[in-house]
Design a protein around this ligand. Structure first.
Ligand code: PEP
Ligand code: MG
Length: 755
């Protein structure tokens, strides 16, 4: 048997990203991909078939080993041949002797007859059919289960790039009118709400409007530029984006996957560069030619019916800006958002990550709220963020100087020298405080010596540094959806496993709680099979999505179980609304464990299985749920919104979002009481756990585990250390008797807590 290469080599994202960067077109990419895969697997043949939605046929698009003239000619119906069958049934097919399979189809003139071993793996984006990756070899039984795993991992990676390229090809169409911008009239400062603490200052970059003014400046450039200048700018832009992608992969490995792929695809798209070249050759000055083609693309993407294309508008704008700066021989750094204060109506998590990767200094959002997921992400990225409800900001000219005070909640516009100088002192002071060794004990207990556990909530792997520095005793909530949100496709089992393993290994023997996918609501996946919903928060969210999409759910659970091998592992299901939900989810975990056992794959065979209490129905069923679950965690962010029917992302009604509403307090007490009686661990992992009065209330109700953003740990530990349990119990009983919010507020005001 020939020695096949370590499969990790080809599973690695970096290799595929690098391969894509080096290719000049999709065809070139597919050709290189097939030859690299064939080489690594020491297989005689590797081919890629792509699925044509319109004709419902698979078309051979690239091959290493078969007759090259067959490319574009060989077509298979869904279900036809082993290849067509793999795609119809959405499963890999591995045959020791392909010709023995009743579905085998002999295709004349491609010299296929000499190859006996046959391995076909579908390329899928979610459950959408993209194509099939096929490997063949003359040696019967040449492929084994490791090869199936390796090809599945590669197929997952290929899907993203192929899909992006297909989208790009499908959108060469009509042009809309450009947007007109009124002149800005803004006061010197505006009040806002701090949603991610910090202070920062810099020039403004407005996201979401087409920057006509900046493009006009370029168009009026007096220096004559040539076609060569454009070609040079194209190359420089590609090099910069490739370097940015690499940096991002080092710093934010869990969420970095091919984040600049749309930029690179447009750059490599022959239609894009061809259109610019055509205009330049017709006598249009190069900057003007670039600006006009970029505008066309922005309009096309913006007006597309496809939500995945609309999501890419910022990428196109970004690319245009960068290309123009390079064309005018400006410093490349200017093309980044480095040091910029971003102003946006709203942002997608992937957009926020791109901006953070380019070292934006701060963020001003016009809509959102503290518990919206974009705010949670901004806090993880330590990006000072203010919420300012003033539409005029969107027409603020680029380059106005902004100062964000996301401690007090103030936005300064073109502040004078004195204001700036005093804030420079404050920023320095803040840096010093952050660098100080934190004053935090490894164990937490109340004033009367009762042990309390403080866990960390983790959104990005980069949060781990704070969790370890601030001595978190474990992870009480890992929000596993962020790596899904920023990608263009579901991450493969291997990719997920690598991320979870980083968490598990860095926490060593401490408890890890991995929450399964919580998408839907304000966390959409443009590639996921979720139809347009009128009420996404009441739609196919969290565990509902997972239970409807078993293969995706099982893939995540397998990755979690594998990563948790030899460690303390808890798996937690979000948005459980019934005992049935919990039991169905638990059944899938058990099936995955059986499968892993049969395969002989090392995994955690005794994970604790728990659920989040976030819905009124779960409160009603709490006794039964507490009997079945190994642990419970209360997600107050959602519980409050669903109990009070107040959208957690709607700042207009944030005064109605009251964590200490009597109905909320009673529901919390009921949940804690039922869990304590059932003898299972109960924790709270929503933001209410950071409010000192609520901490005392939770302790008084019997709660002994908190999970919070690690940066709050020192403050929360202080509150707990000063709390006498008997006193907390009395206070909780007292508060639970009130029926009005005003009475509770008055009670809290009369019992100040020193932090
Ligand atoms: C919650 O709802 O309180 C919670 C912790 O989950 P998320 O904020 O991710 O919805
Ligand atoms: Mg929640």
């Amino acid at each position: 048997m020939r020695n096949k290469d370590n499969v990790d080599l080809i599973c690695d994202i970096a290799e595929l990203a690098g391969l894509f960067e080096r290719s000049s077109s999709l065809t070139d990419f597919l050709d290189t991909a097939t030859s690299i895969i064939a080489w690594h697997m020491k297989a005689a043949v590797c081919s890629i078939y792509l699925f044509d939605e319109e004709t419902q046929e698979l078309v051979l698009r690239a091959t290493q080993g078969l007759d090259a003239s067959a490319v574009g000619q060989v077509r298979l119906k869904l279900g036809e041949g082993i290849t067509g069958l793999a795609l119809r049934e959405l499963r890999p097919i591995c045959e020791g002797r392909g010709s023995g399979n009743p579905n085998f189809k002999y295709i004349p003139n491609i010299q296929e007859e000499q190859y006996e071993a046959f391995l076909a793996v579908p390329i899928l984006r979610g459950l959408d059919r993209i194509g099939v990756l096929v490997a063949q070899d003359p040696e019967p039984n040449y492929f084994d289960q490791n090869d199936v795993k390796a090809l599945r991992a590669i197929a997952g990676q290929l899907a993203t790039t192929i899909e992006n390229a297909n989208l790009l090809m499908s959108m060469h169409a009509t042009v809309a009118e450009p947007v007109q911008r009124p002149a800005p009239t803004l006061p010197r400062f505006l009040r806002g709400k701090a949603i991610s603490e910090g202070i920062s200052m810099g020039k403004a970059s407005v996201i979401g409007t087409i920057d006509e003014e900046a493009l006009r400046v370029f168009e009026e450039d007096p220096t004559p530029r040539t076609l060569d200048d454009f070609q040079r700018a194209l190359k420089e832009t590609e090099d910069q984006l490739t370097a940015l992608q690499r940096e991002l992969e080092e710093e934010l490995s869990d969420v970095a996957s091919l984040i600049f792929s749309a930029h690179l695809l447009i750059l490599k798209d022959a239609q894009f560069s061809g259109a610019v070249v055509h205009e330049i050759e017709a006598g249009v000055p190069p900057p003007k030619a670039v600006a006009s083609i970029i505008h066309k693309y922005i309009d096309l993407f913006d007006n597309s019916k496809n939500p995945r294309l609309r999501e890419k508008v910022l990428d196109v704008k970004d690319l245009g800006h960068r290309l123009l700066l390079n064309l005018m021989s400006h410093n490349a750094q200017q093309a980044d958002y480095e040091g910029r204060i971003i102003v946006a109506h709203e942002l997608l998590p992937s957009e926020l990550l791109k901006l953070a990767a380019q070292r934006a200094a701060g963020l001003v959002l016009l809509s959102g709220s503290t518990t919206a997921h974009i705010s949670i992400l901004a806090r993880s990225l330590q990006l000072p963020t203010l919420l300012v409800d003033d539409q005029e900001l969107m027409v603020l000219a680029e380059d106005r100087f902004l100062l964000i005070d996301a401690m007090q909640g103030t936005l300064f516009i073109d502040p004078d020298k004195d204001v700036r100088a005093s804030y420079v002192v404050l920023i320095e002071e803040q840096k010093r405080i952050q660098q100080r060794e934190p004053n935090v004990d490894p164990r937490t207990q109340t004033a009367d010596g009762v042990r309390v556990r403080l866990y960390a909530n983790i959104n990005l792997l980069s949060d781990l540094t704070h969790a370890l520095r601030l001595k978190a005793e474990g992870i009480g909530l890992y929000r596993s959806e962020f790596p899904f949100i920023v990608r263009d496709n579901f991450p493969s089992e291997e990719e997920q496993m690598r991320i979870y393993r980083r968490l598990v290994e860095s926490m060593q023997d401490r408890m890890i709680t991995l929450r399964t996918l919580d998408i839907g609501g304000d966390k959409s996946l443009s590639y996921a099979p979720i139809p347009q919903e009128a009420n996404p928060f009441l739609g196919l969210r969290a565990i509902r999505f997972s239970l409807r999409n078993r293969p995706i759910f099982a893939q995540q659970l397998r990755a979690m179980l594998r990563a948790g091998h030899g460690h303390n592992l808890r798996i937690m299901f979000p948005l459980i609304s019934s005992l049935d939900d919990f039991m169905h989810a638990r059944d899938v975990v058990r099936e995955c464990m059986e499968q892993l056992e049969q395969e002989g794959t090392p995994h955690n065979a005794r994970p604790e299985l728990g659920l989040m209490v976030e819905l009124p129905s779960a409160i009603e069923m709490i006794d039964e749920l507490a009997q079945e679950a190994d642990f419970i965690s209360i997600g107050t962010n959602d519980l409050i919104q669903y109990l009070l029917a107040v959208d957690r992302t709607n700042e207009q009604i944030s005064d109605l979002y009251v964590p200490y509403h009597p109905a909320v307090l009673r529901a919390l007490n009921k949940t804690i009481d039922a869990s304590v009686r059932a003898g299972i661990d109960v924790s709270v992992c929503g933001d209410a756990a950071t409010n000192p009065h609520m901490i005392v209330f939770f302790l008084g109700c019997g709660l002994r585990t908190f999970s919070v953003d690690a940066r709050h740990i020192p403050r929360i530990q202080q509150v707990i250390k000063q709390t006498h349990l008997e006193e907390a119990r009395k206070q909780a009983l007292q508060v639970l008797r009130f029926s009005r919010v005003a009475e509770i507020e008055a009670f809290f005001a009369a019992s100040p807590i020193a932090e």
